[in-house]
Design a protein around this ligand. Structure first.
Ligand SMILES: C[S@@+](CC[C@H](N)C(=O)[O-])C[C@H]1O[C@@H](n2cnc3c(N)ncnc32)[C@H](O)[C@@H]1O
Length: 508
């Protein structure tokens, strides 16, 4: 099946890839001395945009940016246009177009995004993607490319081969089921060796994945991973430079000890691509999200303390009394010591963010120059390690949950769209997170959060839904029949949901 028909028949679930968006690329540029265009005024192109959730989420936050989404599948482009219309996003144009047809006449862009495309297209389209980067990227532009990588995919490829073989040439509706069935047999019977190891390493994760992901990775006609050095070499041939990974902490803090780090540095002789390729061998890398620039980046991260003042930071932290450390409440990561005051303040205003400049001016009234320098050093570490969320924009969100919770108008429209189009896009937040919705009840419950009902009233609406047979509360595989139990479970469900929506910045 050709690519256009494939995605027309099986549209790909569209969601946000936060690290592909210009806010992230812009900060990566700053770290390596490339001054990108400010995202809120940028021209952005997403190639292979699918149903467009990623670029639409960015457009909603930055109405002055100029955005274009391109995809080969007319069905996905028409859904993207419908979503755009429902959300009232005026600054995006979705165009059905083949990547092969795009050249410099198509326009100039400050950011180009290609997520989930490169490894799943033929070599001529791969070359065309780099041609687009070369011809359509502005002077200080930044391109984002994600792709499957070797050596990690050498193993996964075996699983793909096995599942494809089981399905043969016959197109079947239960490809995934048949494929998993064979893997299950092999898991129980394969003799010790590479296949057994690969199945043992991947099976449990694989069977939990979304079917559209499995179809895309394991059953699409093309999945051709590359070594990082091969992709970087194509970039170089197109006049582009490797900036860093979109998750730059992996570039800045490679997971090797100091001795090995030094040995690899010596072997690589300052060639960052060669160095990172060795790291990929060490970690058995399966996927990369790489940023490329036309401008030449610095070889090392260079952070001027005064530049940190321009950032806004956010996060939710808990103090672990036993170990006497702060931990990130979401990721449980241990935070560096000596910054408790910042973590307390951030938790207090969470999910809003805080101006670093303002916080430091206040600190300066009570701290010595040396202490302030140490604070900046820690802050630079937090930025490089991505242990705290850094933004260049102020996010003013509610600091408390209102008595009558209200979702933003766009979020309500988004839920309605998701319901109508059977979950084809994720429920995405203004902070670029994807939230899992329970289709049985959230599709009905969330639109009721329009600021006219308190938790009790929302809970009683949920009880009505339960009574109408839309869903049931279940305890240990048994449907709950007791009315007072149903009421208390409904109230707890609504409370948790509102709490979650608040934390992810959905409430207005
Ligand atoms: C796996 S989907 C990824 C969609 C989206 N970027 C994401 O990550 O959710 C790959 C997308 O690339 C598009 N595509 C494949 N070949 C293309 C081509 N030659 N020109 C334009 N789009 C193409 C497909 O239609 C599909 O929407």
């Amino acid at each position: 099946m050709n690519e256009e028909r494939y995605y027309d028949e099986i549209p790909y679930r569209s969601k946000i890839f936060k690290e592909s968006l210009p806010e992230n690329s812009y900060i990566a540029g700053l770290l390596y001395g490339v001054n990108g265009v400010l995202p809120d005024k940028a021209r952005v192109l997403e190639i292979g945009c699918g149903v467009g959730a990623n670029i639409i989420s960015f457009g909603l936050n930055h109405p002055k940016s100029k955005l274009v989404g391109v995809d080969l599948s007319s069905k996905q482009i028409s859904m993207a246009n419908e979503l755009k219309k429902r959300l009232g996003t005026k600054n995006i144009e979705f165009i059905k177009k083949d990547i092969l047809e795009i050249d410099k006449k198509f326009g100039e862009f400050d950011y180009i995004i290609a997520h989930g495309v490169y490894s799943w297209v033929s070599d001529d389209v791969k070359r065309a993607i780099f041609k687009i980067f070369k011809e359509c990227l502005s002077e200080n532009g930044i391109a984002y490319l994600s792709y499957n990588t070797y050596p990690g995919w050498k193993g996964k490829e075996i699983l793909r081969d096995i599942m494809l073989y089981r399905n043969g040439e016959v197109s079947s509706n239960n490809k995934i089921e048949l494929g998993f069935d064979t893997l299950r047999h092999l898991k129980n019977n394969a003799l010790d060796g590479v296949i057994k190891k690969v199945i043992d390493d991947n099976y449990d994760d694989l069977i939990k994945r979304n079917p559209s992901y499995i179809m895309h990775e394991y059953f699409e006609s093309i999945n051709s991973p590359n070594y990082f050095h091969e992709v970087a070499s194509c970039a170089k041939d197109s006049g582009l430079n490797f900036l860093c990974e979109a998750d730059w902490q992996s570039s800045i803090f490679p997971p090797v000890n100091e001795n090995l780090n030094n040995a690899l540095k010596a072997e690589s002789k300052g060639d960052r691509v060669r160095f990172e390729q060795f790291i990929d061998f060490i970690v058995n890398k399966t996927f990369r999200r790489t940023l490329f620039t036309k401008a030449k980046p610095k070889d090392e991260v260079n952070i001027e303390f005064s530049n940190l003042d321009k950032f806004f930071v956010s996060g939710n932290f808990i103090y672990d009394n036993t170990n006497r450390v702060y931990k990130n409440a979401q990721t449980n990561t241990i935070m560096p010591k000596g910054m408790g005051k910042l973590f307390d303040k951030l938790s207090e205003i969470y999910p809003s963010n805080l101006s670093v400049g303002e916080f430091i001016s206040e600190l300066k009234t009570s701290k010595s120059d040396e202490e302030i320098r140490e604070f900046y050093t820690n802050l630079a570490y937090l930025l490089c390690s991505k242990k705290v969320d850094f933004s260049i924009y102020k996010k003013e969100l509610l600091n408390d949950i209102p008595k009558k919770p209200k979702l933003g108008k766009n979020s309500i429209e988004l839920v309605k769209f998701i319901k109508e189009y059977d979950g084809i896009v994720s429920f995405f937040s203004p902070l670029y997170d994807n939230i899992q919705l329970n289709s049985d009840c959230d599709y009905e419950l969330l639109p009721l959060m329009d600021g006219t009902r308190d938790i009790e009233e929302l809970a009683s609406e949920l009880v009505n839904l339960e009574k109408s047979g839309k869903f049931n509360f279940i305890i240990e595989d048994m449907v709950v029949e007791d009315e007072s139990k149903i009421e208390s479970m409904a109230k707890a469900y609504v409370k948790d949901k509102v709490d979650l929506l608040f934390k992810f910045g959905f409430l207005v």
